[in-house]
Design a protein around this ligand. Structure first.
Ligand SMILES: Cc1cc2nc3c(=O)[nH]c(=O)nc-3n(C[C@H](O)[C@H](O)[C@H](O)COP(=O)(O)OP(=O)(O)OC[C@H]3O[C@@H](n4cnc5c(N)ncnc54)[C@H](O)[C@@H]3O)c2cc1C
Length: 461
């Protein structure tokens, strides 16, 4: 059976829903196809004690900013799911859950696309891939070399310490997920070995505010992809910090003092031997240097703007005191260390196997400008650094969704929707009379700002 629809959005996470919000406001027919339930990734791809790292005040999907009484708190996993469910309900998003898309092809000899799902096909003029910034676990080659009696999990498969075999755990990678899982395991009484990477850290709070709040002010999240030194710079890991238990710092040196055994990065595996690089001290120094840079940027911002805020750094805010109980371990014998489990906190990769259209570069990344591809009506949304650092965040995806909605409106100009949709930085809604996005009052401190879409050839082939 084939169903005809103007726009199909694949993915019912924050990106798909944010776009659906705009298309609904514009009165455009569309469907959101979701293989699981709304916010499926948060339900089935995060561990039990997961909380957001971004404070609640940065949960700002279009038309539905966080309105609760804890703007400095951090949503636990179930509250993120509830927020997304309420968001979808707030504008009656046209969702079809339990529909897994298996292929997207160009319509033979016509303008548009065939979207094939397990039970049926959709014919659409526009297709938007909102299938996730972090869909597929990335595992290093060392993983394949390990014997089968070592339990191996990716962070997306970890749930809680009780679900793991007894024994010590090696966590590989010190991005946000690796550090938070290492802490979860340590607090449950497990011996944790933590293989470090070169990720930075940020203090949770600095000069009276959440560091991430400061970074929204300094322009850190508004940096665009063309301002990066190289295309690969977008793969740099996020600095570690935690939103758990009300939010706190993560400091690897502190982990070591508490009894975790810190290691350099994993180079290879031979039988039950893990070969480690001699870069532990270098990684610790990089984490500290990153924190110092961030604090300096915030200090400069405060000086520049003349804001009256706390002057003194508290102990928790100070850079590391340098103490570390570490010694160079270059080979780790899993058996003698009693390690039964390895958790790979080695990141994610994209997965667009379902897209049967040559819209990818040699590395498999979609070729697009702000989500708009050279194939008319084919869009990507929600990707890490789709346009800005904040593109994959609850705080930033709305801006990209507005841009893609404007591109879709541009293709459908005949229906009377304006060609150029003003994009709002901050909180916004759609005015049905004027057919323009307008600012609505946001939570304290947000100042919506109108920005125009950049000039770009939407229809270039
Ligand atoms: C560990 C981790 C922590 C994060 N913490 C934060 C944070 O603190 N703050 C923040 O703002 N952001 C955070 N993010 C980033 C971002 O908010 C999430 O990655 C978020 O899930 C991205 O939303 P999305 O809608 O783009 O993708 P997803 O939430 O992954 O949604 C994509 C949807 O598409 C569906 N789908 C995929 N393939 C198909 C198919 N073939 N057919 C039908 N449906 C399909 C999936 O089931 C899924 O529901 C974090 C990311 C990770 C990985």
């Amino acid at each position: 059976m084939t169903e005809h629809i103007e726009t199909v959005i694949i993915g019912g996470g924050q990106a798909g829903l944010a776009l659906s919000y705009y298309l609904t406001q514009q009165g455009r027919t569309h469907l959101v196809l979701e293989q699981g339930q709304v916010g499926e990734t948060w339900r089935s791809g995060r561990w039990d004690s997961f909380t957001l790292n971004t404070p609640n005040c940065m949960t700002q999907l279009p038309g539905f900013p966080y309105q609760g009484d804890d703007p400095d708190g951090f949503f636990p996993r179930e509250d993120i799911v509830a927020y997304l469910e309420q968001y979808a309900a707030s504008f009656h998003a046209p969702l079809r859950c339990g529909v897994r898309v298996t292929a997207v092809r160009q319509k033979p000899g016509g303008d548009g696309y065939l979207v094939e799902a397990e039970q049926m096909t959709f014919e659409a003029r526009n297709v938007v891939l909102a299938t996730g910034a972090f869909p597929k676990p990335k595992l290093p080659t060392a993983s394949a070399a390990l014997p089968v009696d070592i339990c191996q999990l990716h962070t997306s498969e970890y749930r809680n310490p009780q679900a793991l075999p007894s024994g010590a755990v090696l966590v590989v990678g010190t991005g946000q997920s690796g550090c938070q899982i290492a802490e979860d395991l340590h607090e449950s009484g497990r011996q944790v070995y933590l293989s470090t990477s070169s990720c930075g850290r940020v203090p949770r709070r600095y000069r009276g505010k959440d560091s991430i709040w400061w970074l929204t002010r300094t322009g850190f999240f508004d940096r665009t992809i063309d301002q990066l030194p190289s295309p690969h710079a977008k793969f740099a890991c996020n600095p570690h910090v935690s939103g758990n238990q009300g939010g706190h710092d993560i400091n690897l040196r502190q982990f070591a003092r508490q009894g975790m055994i810190l290691l350099g990065h994993v180079q290879a595996a031979q039988g039950k031997q893990i070969i480690l690089a001699p870069d532990l001290e270098e990684n610790l120094a990089k984490a500290d240097a990153f924190a110092a840079q961030i604090m300096q940027a915030i200090d400069e911002y405060i000086t520049k703007t003349g804001m009256k805020v706390e002057a003194n750094r508290t102990t928790a805010e100070a850079p590391s005191n340098g103490a570390s109980s570490t010694q160079a371990i270059l080979t780790l014998d899993l058996q003698s260390a009693g390690i039964s489990t390895i958790i790979w906190a080695s990141g994610y990769k994209l997965d667009f196997d379902l897209v049967q259209i040559p819209v990818f570069d040699q590395e498999g990344n979609p070729v697009h400008q702000r989500g708009v591809t050279a194939y008319p009506g084919l869009y990507f949304l929600g990707l890490h650094w789709l346009y800005k650092r904040k593109s994959a965040l609850l705080y930033g995806v709305g801006e990209d969704a507005a841009f893609v909605a404007s591109a879709i409106a541009d293709r459908g100009r005949t229906t009377g929707v304006p060609h150029e949709v003003p994009l709002m930085r901050g909180v916004h809604t759609w005015n049905k009379q004027t057919k323009h996005a307008v600012a609505i009052p946001g939570p304290s401190g947000t100042s919506p700002e109108v920005v125009r879409p950049v000039e770009m050839p939407l229809h270039a082939r």
